[in-house]
Design a protein around this ligand. Structure first.
Ligand SMILES: Cc1cc2nc3c(=O)[nH]c(=O)nc-3n(C[C@H](O)[C@H](O)[C@H](O)COP(=O)(O)OP(=O)(O)OC[C@H]3O[C@@H](n4cnc5c(N)ncnc54)[C@H](O)[C@@H]3O)c2cc1C
Length: 480
């Protein structure tokens, strides 16, 4: 019998992980392994996993690490034989900019949520009203009826008041997806929060961990070891190594080629044909591992359940990386960075653009040097695209001025670099789970599997898990 043919559309980490699983995962290919062709529109594989040389180091331009407690990322690295290339995060903790000064974040938070009023007691940047709101949640919790889903903002605002919600919780939880807590679905982004709200009573008491915390939708957890990992040559080395090993397994990888159409050919030998501008590949089944808007466009003619995929909003972002001599900069004593609440006023024009700062060489030991330091500033949220109106020079100048306010000392810069991510991160709004289930169901009926950060959670481990799940679905299709 001829080998089945599977085409993967999209060579981000989800598409690559799908190819890994389709070709046997940890065990490698066997006689039942399908022929796999992966087609990527961009000139490099891995999407937001990409490195560059900067100030004598290899730095990441997008994702710079991944959560160790969702197992899918670590498992893939180990299967590639790269366990010894895992680099554990060096230090923990962060500071937050509150009412014109930096404060160290307290311990005792669960994914950004305080777990008791006493956790916040020593945080001088919060008003007495905010601390009273936390105490009230412990002693006289506000009543709230929560249905199938609610926004994160609805829950935390009702239970803990506005200041804690927008000044403290949003910079952490909203930052993960560059979204607003008033829009993000608790069910899809922070299921433990929804469960805690449903229990009634104190939200903070209900969220206190009894065991490891679930870091995302339907995610298994591990609790031992560091919280985050990177790789010794940066996260951008992961797609490169995956592609190398996939080529050895016989996977055909094409970059710089867009898939223009997925055509059903029910009367042909193969049920699908995958078109690019110059080629057509016949396929028994397809993994669509593109951003949701592209999946919606490619599949929209086959089922109305795909149409909403086109309209899932995405938050673009930009990162400005700086190198400075150690004599030119002073950082907070501890932690890997700074969080800045949205709408923070400063002496300059409008509110601050910066949402977070990462001290790259504190976070990752491989980047540390004796004489200079590298950090990056993050800008952009779903409702703040001001960075798109500025040239690289203007953005660097603006961010530099804000850093002079936010950090104890920020002097002469030796080098800088702007990286823009216009497509950015999909927003999981209330109802996201319903539209995704409908799209996945429609895809299954067509022998197509959907993979990527819009379906099973945002982040490298979630995307790896998503790709591997999609591949297992496809293996079932081609068996049946
Ligand atoms: C700026 C930024 C920082 C991040 N930081 C972190 C972090 O520190 N830690 C973490 O865990 N996660 C982080 N993430 C999230 C993480 O990077 C993503 O979850 C993950 O990389 C998404 O992978 P994916 O394969 O699902 O999607 P993508 O990487 O978007 O892959 C989709 C691919 O499809 C391709 N494509 C599109 N259209 C077509 C077409 N017509 N034909 C063929 N190919 C097509 C695209 O070119 C793209 O390569 C970050 C994301 C961003 C944007």
């Amino acid at each position: 019998m001829a080998r089945a043919s599977v085409v993967i559309v999209g060579g981000g980490i989800a598409g690559l992980a799908a190819a890994w699983e389709l070709t046997g995962g940890a065990h490698g290919p066997n006689e039942q392994t399908p022929r796999v062709e992966l087609i990527e529109a961009g000139d490099h594989l891995g999407g937001a996993l990409v490195t560059t040389e900067f100030a004598g180091r290899t730095i990441d331009l997008g994702a710079d690490g991944f959560l160790a407690r969702r197992p899918e990322g670590v498992a893939l690295v180990k299967e590639l034989g790269w366990e010894d290339r895992l680099e554990a995060i060096n230090v923990s903790g962060s500071s937050i900019w509150l009412r014109g000064a930096l404060y160290e974040l307290p311990t005792g938070l669960v994914l950004g949520m305080p777990t008791s009023a006493s956790v916040l007691k020593s945080l001088k940047g919060l008003s007495w009203r905010a601390k009273l709101a936390a105490r009230r949640d412990e002693w006289f919790p506000r009543r709230m009826v929560v249905g199938d889903d609610a926004t994160i903002g609805d829950i935390v605002r009702t239970k803990l008041g506005s200041e804690l919600s927008y000044q403290f919780i949003e910079p952490m939880i909203g930052g993960i997806q560059a979204g607003r807590i008033d829009d993000l679905s608790a069910k899809s982004v922070f299921p433990a929060l929804l469960e805690a709200a449903r229990k009634g009573g104190s939200l903070m008491k209900a969220i206190r961990p009894k065991g490891p915390v679930n870091p995302g939708p339907a995610a298994p957890t591990t609790s031992a070891g560091p919280l985050f990992y990177s790789l010794l040559d940066g996260m951008g080395s992961l797609p490169i190594e995956l592609a190398r090993q996939l080529s050895e397994r016989g996977v055909v990888i094409r970059t710089g080629v867009s898939v223009t159409a997925l055509r059903r050919t029910p009367s042909g030998t193969y049920p699908w044909e995958v078109d690019t501008s110059t080629t057509t590949t016949p396929a028994d089944a397809i993994v669509v591992a593109t951003p949701a808007s592209v999946a919606g466009r490619l599949l929209g003619d086959y089922d109305s359940a795909f149409t909403p995929l086109r309209d899932i909003p995405c938050a673009g972002a930009a990162m400005v990386t700086f190198d400075l001599s150690r004599t030119e900069i002073e950082l907070p004593t501890n932690g890997t960075g700074v969080l800045v609440p949205l709408g923070t006023k400063w002496s300059g024009e409008g509110s601050m653009l910066i949402t977070a700062i990462t001290f790259l060489d504190r976070k990752w030991p491989r980047l540390a040097r004796e004489n200079d330091t590298v950090l990056r500033a993050h800008v952009g949220r779903i409702d703040d695209a001001r960075w798109t109106e500025l040239s690289d020079e203007e953005l660097t100048a603006r961010v530099t001025n804000e850093l002079k306010v936010l950090l104890p000392k920020f002097g002469t810069v030796t080098a800088s670099r702007v990286q823009r991510w216009p497509q950015g991160l999909p927003q999981y709004y209330v109802g996201h789970d319903i539209l995704i289930e409908a799209a996945k169901g429609a895809a299954t009926r067509l022998h197509v599997a959907l993979a990527g950060m819009v379906y099973d959670g945002v982040g490298v481990p979630a995307s790896v898990g998503s790709g591997r799940r999609a591949a297992r679905e496809v293996l079932d299709f081609v068996k049946s």
